[in-house]
Design a protein around this ligand. Sequence first.
Ligand code: PRP
Length: 211
Amino acid sequence: MNNEKKPLRIALTKGRLEKDTVGLLEKIGYDCTAVHEKGRKLILPVGDTIEVVLAKAADVITYVENGVCDMGVVGKDTIMEMSGKFFELVDLGFGRCRFALAGKKGEDFYSGYDVKTIATKYPNVARGYFEKKNMDVEIVKIEGSVELAPLLGLSDAIVDIVETGTTLKENGLEVYEDIAPISARMIANMVSLKLRKQEIEELIAAIEKNI
Ligand code: PRP
């Protein structure tokens, strides 16, 4: 019966989180050769019991939420922005960075009475942050290199990911306030967690021993 079982399908966020997750799976003892030799393939076997799916961060959540993937590895940034119905099982400890409010160096963000404009790739996170402060702001969605917005005069500040701080520094910007720490999380579909409880719990236990 066990032989007929479908592999546990895990959606990985392509790029750095993918590499760190594969490193972790190898540490546990899974054979990740197919992922190393993937070429342009998007669904790959890991050992006999796992299948990894390579996807963009937001899509990892969509696939897990809809149950076409049992589990997923995604940054807390994407989880905070998208929310949704899934379980967040474990903090994997890698992909560490933070959400921050940042802007031009030396400027006082809170000065004046005008409504501030915030540029961000994460409008929900930014909105939530200022709602908690009871502060009315205008939010402009930017798709990448958000640091450009205050430099070009489109916004008073940005809400963005800061990892090393190099991008801010090299563009004459600085962190005004830290908003939240970020790291990679393992998530699971709610039904999978019930139907494949033992497999998932075993994998999580092995992961926890190795992080
Ligand atoms: C992220 C983020 C910052 C940068 C921060 O961008 O949006 O721009 O990394 O990293 P640092 O603090 O180490 O300099 P990403 O590289 O994902 O590109 P994007 O801005 O085009 O989305």
